[in-house]
Design a protein around this ligand. Structure first.
Ligand SMILES: Nc1ncnc2c1ncn2[C@@H]1O[C@H](COP(=O)(O)OP(=O)(O)OP(=O)(O)O)[C@@H](O)[C@H]1O
Ligand SMILES: [Mg+2]
Length: 486
């Protein structure tokens, strides 16, 4: 052919909208010319007279379809197509053949992995049709390749995201999200660390808002069960039958409204952890069932005659005084001992006032971030009020207090006493300040009353209060009598 090897037949009018390149290899120039004429309007056609030149084109041009003559002087069509696969495995291959020698055609089709052959002489329309079909097949395969690649990418991204989320969860529920440096909290951390790696049943006790939830999750996420589920159930939230169905599951038709089988949380938490919150609120029947799981690892869905085994770590929590509940026969003693294999008592915030500034700063930082503020901290007086408060709602209440301060403070640099809620401003003054214009003895008595009241509230007993105030119990008793406090 007169075109230089590898020259594309470029009609200027078509140069932009002919997406596919076709390479045609034939030693007869007349055939090249005729095929170029048939296909040149719709495709970018490259014509060459030998396999060697054809390979050179494949090195630098984007080709979707390769058409090769079967019989050529130096490199045969089959040889060429085999080599072409290495350079451009995606391109569709077709063979031109002058005579229907079935044997060599079969070889060509098998070895050259030929999509189709065109017999010489051909009808132009038939060639166009065959080429169009071949390119449709090409489009589909290359789309598949792209989709597969995109799917691979997406999978990779998901995997990375998953890992990120897992880390995020571990971070969020990690020990370091539990703020506290007091000796009391150090002790809590120590026990948590020891039990995390075991399957021991743990009972977490403490007043409301002390962080029992937080501690339960951290124990799960620090142990070997962290890849499995942590499911929490508040035992006070549901009436007995519903709670039973929630925890143990039920068979279809076991009771009105049981339209289908339902898996219970113990089964869901298999190999993971179940957190039984407010466990003291359970009824006697439920307590028996819980005892059974703890003893034998066996559960039986409501309405089922079969029991099955589950491997679940149990963490329970309560803000009640369980020994007291046992004494009053509201809680089974055997269950109590099963639950408190290890007990983690979390002290109330007022018994570890040293943690208040740490927690306050932590919550301030979080609130700053959430609300886009940059409040630097608290005035000394405000921090004194925070540290001195009795915090009946414990850490949760402190968290809410700080959130409220930040929300209402407007554009301030530092939080002062005037920002605190009434409870903190008023409570503090009445509990420690002496009455104005009073005689010294009256003032001292008022201070004593306030301190004794605080100590009693904090420790819950006269013995504890006396220890806290540094006086013998009898002195405290006498003092309270004289101060008319009983
Ligand atoms: N040591 C702590 N460090 C940081 N945040 C804490 C800490 N203790 C508690 N919190 C936060 O205080 C709030 C209450 O904690 P949590 O829900 O764990 O308390 P709880 O003991 O389970 O209370 P309840 O008995 O009412 O269920 C949560 O927002 C928790 O993140
Ligand atoms: Mg809780």
């Amino acid at each position: 052919m007169s075109e230089p090897a590898g020259g594309a037949i470029e009609g200027a009018r078509f140069s932009d909208d002919r997406p596919y390149g076709i390479l045609i290899v034939d030693d007869e120039e007349a055939i090249l010319e005729s095929l170029a004429l048939t296909l040149g309007t719709d495709y970018r056609v490259f014509t060459v007279t030998s396999g060697e030149e054809g390979l050179a084109i494949l090195e630098r041009e984007d080709v979707a379809l390769i058409v090769a003559d079967q019989v050529m002087p130096s490199m045969s069509g089959v040889e060429f197509l085999e080599k072409a696969i290495e350079r451009n495995p995606g391109a569709i291959r077709m063979m031109l053949t002058g005579y229907a020698d079935i044997g060599s055609l079969a070889r060509a089709i098998n070895e050259g992995r030929i999509y189709r052959y065109i017999a010489k002489p051909w009808e132009p329309d038939e060639v166009r049709l065959n080429v169009r079909r071949a390119l449709e097949a090409y489009a589909l395969t290359s789309e598949n390749v792209h989709l597969a690649a995109a799917l691979g990418d997406a999978n990779e991204r998901l995997r990375a995201e998953n890992l990120y989320l897992r880390r995020e969860v571990e971070r969020r529920y990690g020990f370091d999200q539990i703020i506290g440096a007091s000796p009391e909290m150090e002790r809590v951390f120590e026990v948590m660390e020891k039990v995390a790696e075991t399957d021991t049943t743990v009972l977490i006790t403490g007043e409301t808002g002390t962080g029992k939830d937080l501690v339960a999750r951290a124990i799960h996420h620090a142990g070997s069960r962290k890849e499995r589920r942590f499911v929490a159930q508040n035992c006070a939230a549901l009436p007995d039958t519903l709670l039973e169905s929630e925890l143990f599951g039920h068979k279809r038709g076991a009771f009105t409204g049981a339209h289908a089988d339902k898996q219970g949380l113990f089964a869901v938490a298999h190999r993971g952890t179940i957190f039984l919150d407010e466990v003291a609120e359970t009824q006697p029947g439920m307590q028996v069932r819980l005892l059974r799981v703890l003893q034998d690892g066996e559960i039986r869905p409501i309405g089922s005659s079969d029991t099955h085994n589950v491997d679940v770590r149990v963490i329970a929590a309560t803000n009640r005084d369980l020994p007291e509940e046992v004494k009053e026969e509201r809680f089974r003693e055997d269950l109590y001992y099963r639950l408190r294999v290890v007990e983690i008592p979390i002290p109330p915030l007022r018994a570890r006032r040293g943690d208040v500034p740490l927690l306050a700063d932590h919550f301030l930082e979080a609130a700053n971030r959430r609300m886009g503020r940059s409040i630097r901290g608290f005035t000394n007086a405000a921090m004194d009020r925070l540290s001195g408060h009795s915090w009946p709602g414990n850490v949760r209440q402190l968290e809410n207090e700080i959130e409220r301060c930040v929300a209402l403070s407007g554009d301030v640099d530092i939080l002062g006493v005037e920002m605190l809620s009434d409870e903190l401003r008023v409570g503090a003054t009445t509990s420690v300040a002496a009455p104005r214009d009073a005689l010294l003895n009256d003032a001292v008595d008022a201070l004593k009353r306030a301190m004794i009241r605080d100590a009693l509230q904090e420790t819950g007993s006269k013995t504890g209060a006396a220890r806290k105030l540094g006086i013998p119990r009898q002195s405290l008793q006498k003092m309270m009598k004289r101060l008319e406090m009983e």
